[in-house]
Design a protein around this ligand. Structure first.
Ligand SMILES: [Zn+2]
Length: 153
């Protein structure tokens, strides 16, 4: 379980999902790749459970950049919303091939714009970066909270 002590937030994610994301990411090596994170918050809103991903239909990835388009993902999102518990878009993930799981300036800008987007219903988007510096997988979970980015430990 991942935690941000100062905010009292916790997060968990299935090992199978992580393995799958790592596997998908490796297929796109040396380019960055990623997608949408699906999950739900506890009733108290302080525990996030990430359960699934939706992969983008349209994206651009280079070794140092990843951009996804949300085109055509509504149907998949609706399917998750029908499940019990209801699952919805909670954030984003992408890989950093040959790099640490630290958000770049562009990553931070992207997360800020998601949090500020009135058409996006989440105010605290999560960000997962799968780093792979020196062939070692490192997971970096972050959340945007009141205009700051915090890392889960
Ligand atoms: Zn990045």
């Amino acid at each position: 379980m991942y935690k941000i002590k100062e905010l009292g937030l916790t997060l968990d994610i299935d090992g199978d999902l992580i393995s799958n994301l790592v596997y998908i990411g490796k297929k796109h090596y040396p380019n960055e790749f990623g997608g949408f994170l699906i999950g739900y918050y506890s009733e108290s809103q302080n525990h996030l459970r990430i359960t699934d991903t939706i992969l983008p239909n349209k994206y651009k990835g280079t070794p140092y950049m990843f951009e996804r388009d949300a085109i055509g993902i509504e149907d998949k999102l609706n399917q998750f919303y029908k499940e019990e518990p209801k699952k919805y878009y909670v954030g984003e993930w992408h890989t950093h091939p040959n790099n640490l799981a630290i958000p770049s300036a562009i990553d931070i800008k992207t997360v800020n714009s998601i949090a500020d987007d009135p058409e996006v219903s989440i105010k605290n988007p999560a960000l997962l970066i799968i780093g792979c510096a020196n062939n070692e997988i490192e997971l970096g979970f972050y959340v945007h909270f009141k205009n700051k980015i915090y890392r889960y430990e």
